[in-house]
Write a protein that binds this ligand. Sequence first.
Ligand code: SF4
Ligand code: MG
Length: 286
Amino acid sequence: MAQVKEYIGKIKPDWCPGCGDFAVLNALQRALAELDIAPHTVQVVSGIGCSSNLPGFINAYGFHGLHGRSLPVATGVRLGNHGLTVIATGGDGDGYGIGVGHFVHTCRRNVNMTYIVMDNQVYGLTTGQASPTTEKDIRTKSTPEGTIETALSPVALALTCGATYVARGFSGDNLHLAQMIRGAIEHKGFALVDVFSPCVTYNKHNTYPWFRERVYKLEDEKHDISDFRLAIEKAFEWGARIPLGLFYKVERPTYEDEEPALRSGIPLAKQPLKRTDLAAIMEDFI
Ligand code: SF4
Ligand code: MG
């Protein structure tokens, strides 16, 4: 097994002290070490936001993209070289707001990658506006009289769009979170790990104590991860009890399995070029 320190980047995170994202970074490093995946075979891709700075803090290939665009970039990486372990990271505003269209289609394509969303129910980097997962009636900088919209359920959305591994973790339980991320990386298909990752600076409602009073683990209640309808039911459980853990897992062919150009199993990046006459190729496109 590799050591966690092998995945620690040269730049120290500049997140606020106590930010939940520290635990997510550590859990990802722990999962990669446990799986013994060499840093030079890992590509981490993000969009924009506090949590989207994560690729800068891990020893692996990194790509810090545009707001909401981590998943199309990550898909491109996978199709270009599906020998890499591809992990997209970001926040709830980035992934479930600006990038939600990409989220829907990446789920249904079942691209073999892991998507870790540090869900703090607020836009942190822009100093505390309501995000798609902010609960109704919560006052934020952009909703001084309370949020009018109903919060989106990322777990339910992922399930209905076709994601094949759907889990939820909590920054207050690092070992369990690492277990969820490890399972996601091992899974062959699109895996979402939604993480309750408190923003200690701008969200004074969904705090560590608030979550600790409510969260419980599905695995402690003998949850059946093959039962789609039960997973949907659990996805909407919110209030006095909120589930963590693996909601649903199913095997089905990945996008890479079905794409004719990738069926040989050899990554495109390693296949010999069949046509090298660039002028003729350009002619074909015109
Ligand atoms: Fe974390 Fe919130 Fe600080 Fe951003 S503003 S680093 S999300 S605590
Ligand atoms: Mg956020």
